[in-house]
Write a protein that binds this ligand. Sequence first.
Ligand code: NAI
Length: 256
Amino acid sequence: MADSELLEGEVAVVTGGASGNGREIALTFAEEGADVVVADVNESPREGGVETHRRIREETDASAIHVDCDVSDVDDVYAAVEAAEEFGGVTVMVNNAGITESRSFLETTEDEYDTMMDVNAKGTFFGSQAAAKSMLDGGREGSIVNISSTSGLRGRADGVSYCTSKGGIRLMTYALADALAPDIRVNAVHPGFTDTAMTRGGFVDPDSRAEFFEKEMPLGRPGQPNDTANAVLYLASDLASFVTGHSLVVDGGVTA
Ligand code: NAI
């Protein structure tokens, strides 16, 4: 158990919590005292290892469960939030589940576009709605943190539909911060290139990784999932009690 527990008594739902950024967010939250619902289409981490909810149970004093959830299915999203009732009801929602792409704009199909928007944008929209209804109906104040990207701040030629979805999340966050104040704070984290299974799929030539990070990233290294998790922890906790409608960029200086 950590010395100071920033999320003591909180109940979190983390979508995409089986792997990568979401896994680290879920583990960090549990170390800080939150009970966690890990909502993911997969139970096993993409990078391998023990499932997130089992690790939480083994390594922390927090409670955790896994819920099969495809965030592009509104019923699944509501069911994941409902599952948090087991721990007293959601107080922190992290809309993290996401997919990316590396493809030509001119060749992107309608199905590919729809899938991108359904998972990244619609998943975040209804994740926020389900959590907000649960918090308000239960008389609980809370916090929502949406995971956008530096691709929600500037364009990327081989990721036009990804940028569309992530830019949508940025504006959705601002609108929700207004719509849900003063009971619920809503913020976004915009990670840059982060070392997860998502980016190990060919974004950088494995033989020239060191040169790539040296050249492209002012801090000279890729982000790690704990860089994302620490930013989310700050926004989710009372440390950020006067912060809502904010975009926190965690990109090693790339967009500076
Ligand atoms: P990842 O691929 O390592 O993990 C994503 C997790 O989301 C997986 O466990 C996967 O099963 C789950 N998932 C995918 N589709 C889902 C769906 N429809 N419903 C529920 N769960 C689903 O990816 P990573 O890197 O951890 O990404 C997490 C978030 O961070 C995403 O929103 C991504 O766009 C964002 N991000 C990642 C960056 C990176 O460089 N890795 C940079 C900027 C943003």
